[in-house]
Design a protein. Structure first.
Length: 436
């Protein structure tokens, strides 16, 4: 082989270039903090790194969804907690208003305060999230879910749709609750109706024991057959021979003069019997009866003052749902009326309290549900963080860089380059014509 100056220069240049490439590659690894710069460096390792990186990217997308879901649910949690506190305040004020030592001015002051609280509750029911969407409106989040109609009653205008957040590959979680279920469809106080058919008596009725009446309604009310909800009470005097004469029609039914009242009270204490029949004519209750003393049946109380021998039709009213704010406002209307009777006010107090109790049960269920979902989101967030850390560790294990080894390698490559440069300098000074 012929040794020429061109050959010497060519080999030296190639050696220096290769040394430079090795130094640059070592520096690139240190800069990127990885041992795999190109897939060709480690095809299997590069594939694994891409797999772990893709998993982390998906987890980060779910993290964004989890953050938005958490924010939405936290808004609901705050609103529901505030509403529950407001209903506690209203209940306390209504209990205070029932005190008989209150003057009408005291009642008016309580009514004004409760009115302000109900306005605040309406605002909470129409709460918005940070992005301006109504959180209790279902999926129709651009308009308020509750509006006042022309009669001053709160009306539901949202929908019952539910928004979901995708927080995992195969897992969605609801991030909204319909205000219709929480605040609008609230059971009101259950009631019954009565009508005096025959008898010279004055009739007054009321729910004597709400718990017993609610249970009676639960056991016997038939929503599909209204006739099954009809009953009739009949009272009969006891005559001396032990027989019971039939009820006597009276021309005084419906009159309410002082003379009539005195005549009816004259018969208070008169012994008799009573029977209660259903719409099939079957006797469901019977017993001794004393005029002027109430007949109690199924939590209901029927007081007839006057001579035994009367009949009364009784109908169980259809259970009704309404917005809790409407029930509170109905009670306030009774309290503001200076001519309302004590019995009417007591019934109004009871109606509002019953509605508040049912509403708080719904709100409590809503808060529990929101809390459970927030716990799930926190668990998923912790899982995502742990999974991303695990993926990062796995990536480092596959393509991680040993800094000490890389620094040593870089030093070696730099030394090799320096040696190559020195060899080139020496070689460039050699000549075939130089004498030894």
């Amino acid at each position: 082989m012929r040794v020429t100056n061109n050959l010497i220069y060519s080999q030296s240049s190639r050696s220096i270039g290769q040394a430079n490439e090795k130094i640059l590659k070592a520096q690139e690894k240190i800069s990127a903090q990885t041992d795999i710069i190109k897939p060709s460096d480690n095809p299997v390792g590069a594939s694994q790194i891409l797999m772990y990186e893709g998993s982390n990217n998906r987890l980060k997308l779910f993290d964004d969804s989890i953050k938005m879901a958490t924010s939405s649910l936290e808004y609901q949690e705050v609103a529901l907690e505030s509403l529950n506190d407001s209903m506690d305040d209203v209940r306390s004020l209504l209990m205070q208003a029932q005190n008989d030592i209150n003057t009408q001015e005291d009642i008016d002051a309580i009514v004004q305060e409760v009115g302000l609280i109900t306005e605040s509750m309406a605002e909470l029911m129409n709460s918005k999230s940070a992005d301006g969407n109504y959180i209790f409106a279902g999926t129709d989040t651009q308009g308020p879910p509750f509006v006042l109609d022309s009669q001053g009653r709160y009306k539901w205008t949202g929908n019952e749709g539910i928004k979901y957040a995708q927080i995992a590959e195969d897992m969605k979680i609801p991030v909204s609750d319909s205000g219709k279920k929480l605040f609008q469809d609230i059971w009101t106080n259950r009631t019954f109706s009565s009508q005096l058919l025959t008898g010279d008596v004055s009739l007054s009725t009321k729910v004597q024991n709400q718990g017993d009446f609610d249970q009676f309604m639960a056991d016997y009310y038939d929503p599909e057959n209204p006739a099954s909800n009809l009953y009739q009470i009949t009272t009969s005097p006891v005559v001396s021979d032990g027989t019971t004469p039939p009820p006597v029609d009276s021309t005084y039914v419906g009159s309410d003069t002082r003379e009539d009242q005195e005549r009816r009270r004259a018969f208070d204490g008169t012994p008799g019997t009573f029977s209660i029949t259903n719409n099939q004519g079957e006797v469901v209750a019977s017993g001794s009866y004393t005029a002027g003393r109430p007949i109690n049946f199924g939590g209901m109380s029927f007081l007839m003052r006057g001579q035994p021998g009367a009949s009364v039709d009784v109908a169980l009213d259809k259970p009704r749902r309404d917005n809790v704010l409407n029930e509170i406002n109905d009670t306030l209307a009774v309290l503001k009326d200076r001519n309302s009777t004590h019995e009417a006010r007591q019934q109004a107090f009871f109606d509002a309290t019953t509605s508040i109790n049912h509403a708080q049960l719904k709100v409590g269920e809503g808060r529990s549900s929101v809390g459970a979902r927030l716990n799930i989101l926190r668990d998923r967030e912790d899982f995502s963080s742990a999974n991303q850390l695990s993926n990062a560790v796995a990536q480092d294990r596959v393509g991680g860089l040993d800094i000490a080894a890389a620094a040593t390698e870089l030093t070696m490559k730099e030394s090799a380059l320096s040696a190559s440069q020195k060899v080139f300098t020496r070689m460039s000074n050699l000549s075939l014509f130089n004498k030894m």
